[in-house]
Design a protein. Structure first.
Length: 86
């Protein structure tokens, strides 16, 4: 796993990202945004973000979520980019 070269744990022992779980979280974030937009909140006033694992979900949501092009922005702290195939 990139970025874990300094760890004492061999890379083969790291769990792969839970793609299904991450994508379910993306759908959940979409529903939260929808719940704010439905009563009239401008999507440009909504910022999605998180710390650590929620940061990872926020980054994927920012690329794949239904509201990605209409949002005010993302705030991501101390996370990683999951599902990266590089």
């Amino acid at each position: 796993m990139p970025g874990h070269e300094d760890n004492d744990v061999p890379a083969a022992e790291f769990e792969p990202d839970d793609e299904r779980g991450i994508m379910e979280s993306i759908s959940y974030v979409d529903s939260l945004v929808e719940a704010e937009v439905a009563p009239g909140v401008d999507a440009k006033r909504i910022v999605v973000g998180g710390f650590n694992q929620r940061c990872a979900v926020s980054m994927v949501w920012g690329l794949t979520g239904r509201w990605q092009d209409q949002m005010g922005g993302l705030v991501c702290l101390s996370g990683y980019f999951p599902l990266w195939r590089g």
